[in-house]
Design a protein around this ligand. Structure first.
Ligand code: MN
Ligand code: MN
Length: 393
């Protein structure tokens, strides 16, 4: 009896798949209550959700952790999130001195430093080199095919990598250790002009991440290339950029206009205050790949033909929106929501629903939607920064 009572009281905060109009019924289990609480908009979808929109969310917490001495990585690719064909993401941690080894790949690499500092190195196709330190809020971009490395500095670091191909995997790149391991030693000897014995201790397979000591100062590691340094920096300080401030938030946009080397990836770092939302909009250039940095929010993706689906997002989640699909992002928590929206494109572009309606003859808007003067008047007062927000009540 007492046992039964305890079970009932424990269930008072347990969500049930019942909408306020009474549709649905209790969930008798088995169930994962933690997930149901986190995903309230999937568990009890808004009545406006309908149709067969595929999954648009994947959490890094549900990925394989690649643990190495020197750090770890985990990734969200088309294997995890099949809709996400344009971009893939990797979350990586490097300890102080930990190294993501010398490597290259067929895809361009865009990165955002989440915590800590790292030293990045690269050499381009004309022998021009690049060695720089990056800190929290900094970006880097390595064009496709260009070799590079990343090493954690004093406090180590954690960062997000984004690649311009959803099929990318960071575990199958072209790495220097892998190449050495699969080249006949007599060829290595001939190539470098040293005896084969010089290669007697090389790794037998890809190293990927290894532990080393924290490197000395940037100056102490400098190598002067006779061909000079790269003409377009591979580094950009996004968080240091002056944001576009709007009611309810801010945005920092980075694309090839202010980070010229970043020819294939455009991004916006978006801040949405509690109670505010990123307004209804879409993007006329490509799919959107999102990474949630802090807080929690929800997004409804509208795909036409009566199809719409709502997802909840929190820090560490990846979201996705197919090309031209309508969407908004609402802060559903009590702390500031921060996320990155990214596009396989040289430019950031979006189309605002409000702006479109405000600049369309009023009779069309009025009669198309059967709306009254209240909405028409609100549209008349709209101002439009590059990315717009509306305060929600
Ligand atoms: Mn790489
Ligand atoms: Mn968007």
């Amino acid at each position: 009896m007492e046992n039964k009572h305890r079970t009932q009281s424990a269930h008072t905060n347990v969500p049930q798949p019942i909408r306020s109009d009474g549709a649905g019924a209790t969930d008798l289990g088995p169930r994962d209550i933690m997930r149901d609480i986190e995903n309230v908009n999937m568990f009890v979808p808004p009545v406006t959700d309908a149709g067969l929109i595929p999954n648009m969310r994947f959490s890094f917490s549900d990925t394989h952790m690649q643990l190495n001495h020197g750090g770890w990585s985990r990734e969200i690719t088309v294997r995890e999130l099949p809709i996400a064909t344009t971009l893939a993401g990797v979350n990586m941690r490097l300890t102080p001195g930990g190294v993501r080894e010398l490597h290259w790949h067929q895809q361009a690499e865009w990165a955002y430093m989440l915590y800590g500092r790292a030293r990045i190195t690269s050499v381009d196709q004309q022998g021009r080199n690049f060695i720089a330190d990056v800190g929290q809020g900094d970006l880097w971009y390595f064009p496709a095919g260009i070799p590079h490395s990343i090493q954690g500095l004093e406090d180590g670091c954690e960062f997000l990598l984004v690649f311009d191909d959803g099929h990318f995997s960071d575990l199958s790149t072209l790495s220097i250790s892998d190449w050495f391991a699969h080249t006949p030693k007599e060829v290595l000897s001939a190539n470098f002009g040293v005896p084969e014995s010089a290669f007697s201790c090389i790794p037998s397979k890809q190293v990927y991440i290894y532990q080393d000591i924290v490197p000395g100062s940037l100056e102490s590691q400098e190598i002067q290339s006779p061909y000079g340094t790269i003409p377009l920096s591979f580094k950009h300080q996004l968080l240091a950029q002056t944001p576009i401030r709007t009611p309810g938030g801010s945005v920092r946009i980075v694309d090839s206009t202010n980070f010229p080397i970043s020819k294939t990836i455009a991004a916006a770092l978006v801040e949405i205050e509690p109670g505010a939302m990123r307004e209804l909009h879409w993007h006329p250039n490509n799919d959107e790949w999102q990474y949630y940095l802090a807080g929690q929010g929800r997004m409804t993706v509208f795909g036409g033909s009566g199809a719409a689906r709502t997802f909840d997002y929190r820090a560490g989640d990846v979201g996705y929106v197919p090309f031209a699909y309508g969407h908004y992002i609402q802060n559903t928590g009590n702390q500031t929501l921060w996320f990155l929206e990214m596009f396989k494109s040289d430019r950031f572009q979006d189309v605002s629903l409000n702006q479109w309606m405000a600049l369309t003859p009023r009779e069309l808007v009025r009669d198309n939607l059967n709306v009254g003067p209240e909405l028409l008047e609100a549209l008349r007062k709209q101002k439009w920064p590059v990315v717009k927000y509306t305060d929600s009540p």
